[in-house]
Design a protein around this ligand. Structure first.
Ligand code: FES
Length: 90
C-alpha cells in the first residue's frame, strides 16, 4: 500500500525499492549497482536515494547515479497508484 511509504522515505518489497519523494511514488531495483548494498537501508532526499554503504545518490526517476562510486543506473519501473495500492509494470 502506498501508505506504507512515508513522504521522504524508502521501503523494500522483495527485489524492489519503493520511495516517495516530493509526493511521487517511484519504484527501482533495491540493490545498489555498485556493490551488495540494500538501498532500503539508505536515505531519501530531494535528489533521490542515497546508498548506505558508499553514499552514491540515485535519481529514482531514471535510476542514474548522481555521484561516484556507482556508475551504473538502477533499473526503474513504471508505477500505477490505484485505490492506495502500488502496481508495478514488470
Ligand atoms: S554499495 Fe552503493 S555506492 Fe557502493
Amino acid at each position: 500500500m502506498v501508505d506504507d511509504v512515508p513522504e521522504g522515505g524508502v521501503a523494500g518489497f522483495g527485489d524492489l525499492l519503493v520511495s516517495r519523494i516530493g509526493g511521487e511514488v517511484r519504484v527501482t531495483a533495491r540493490k545498489c549497482t555498485h556493490a551488495d548494498a540494500d538501498l532500503s537501508c539508505g536515505f531519501a532526499g530531494p535528489d533521490g536515494v542515497r546508498c548506505p554503504l558508499h553514499l552514491s545518490v540515485f535519481d529514482t526517476r531514471d535510476g542514474r547515479p548522481l555521484n561516484p562510486p556507482a556508475t551504473e543506473p538502477l533499473r526503474t519501473y513504471n508505477v500505477k497508484i490505484d485505490g492506495g495500492g502500488v502496481y508495478v509494470e514488470q
